[in-house]
Ligand binder design. Structure first.
Ligand code: HEM
Length: 142
């Protein structure tokens, strides 16, 4: 059972952080496009966000599952300060991800506009948080 949770954690990781890298590549590829075409392209490309949502959901569910499976206190003792740091970054990630969803909804409604322009910055922040969480997880669970 535990192995299944860990495999699910890594699939979630691939889907979640993979989506951030893909979004960055798509944003860079669209930079040379004329403004109107760029907006249409990015609005379509936002469809990959669904993979990011599924990835984050898998990470949270399997992460909590492993935490309960190993025992709350035992996992805290095992992971130490780095696990606390990881959990703090996870809370920030959930907040930033929620804001990303709000911006995407606004951009879709306005068919572009300021919300679409803000997406790359918030998306980049989400990617940085994801990398920070991976680093603290590796430091925590040696
Ligand atoms: C509620 C949120 C989360 C909890 C409670 C949680 C919990 C855990 C636990 C208990 C492990 C140890 C598994 C083992 O090696 O037996 C682990 C590993 C890991 N987690 Fe999470 N996790 C959460 C979210 C995340 C997120 C959002 C990411 C990445 C963006 C992530 C990335 C990783 C990585 C890379 C490992 C492997 C570390 C290693 O084996 O060296 N986790 N997590």
């Amino acid at each position: 059972m535990y192995e299944l949770l860990l495999v699910t954690h890594f699939i979630g990781l691939a889907m979640g952080v993979g989506t951030s890298f893909a979004a960055m590549a798509l944003g860079m590829a669209s930079k040379a496009m004329p403004e109107a075409e760029r907006a249409q392209f990015m609005l379509r490309a936002m469809a990959i966000g669904k993979n990011g949502s599924i990835g984050l959901a898998l990470l949270l569910l399997s992460g909590l599952g492993m935490w309960f499976y190993r025992g709350i206190r035992e996992t805290m003792a095992w992971g130490g300060g780095a696990f606390h740091a990881k959990l703090t970054l996870v809370v920030l990630l959930i907040g930033a991800f929620g804001y990303l969803q709000v911006l995407q909804k606004r951009a879709r409604r306005a068919q572009g506009g300021p919300a679409l322009a803000r997406l790359p910055k918030v998306g980049g922040f989400v990617l940085l948080l994801g990398i920070g969480i991976i680093a603290s997880a590796v430091l925590a669970f040696k």
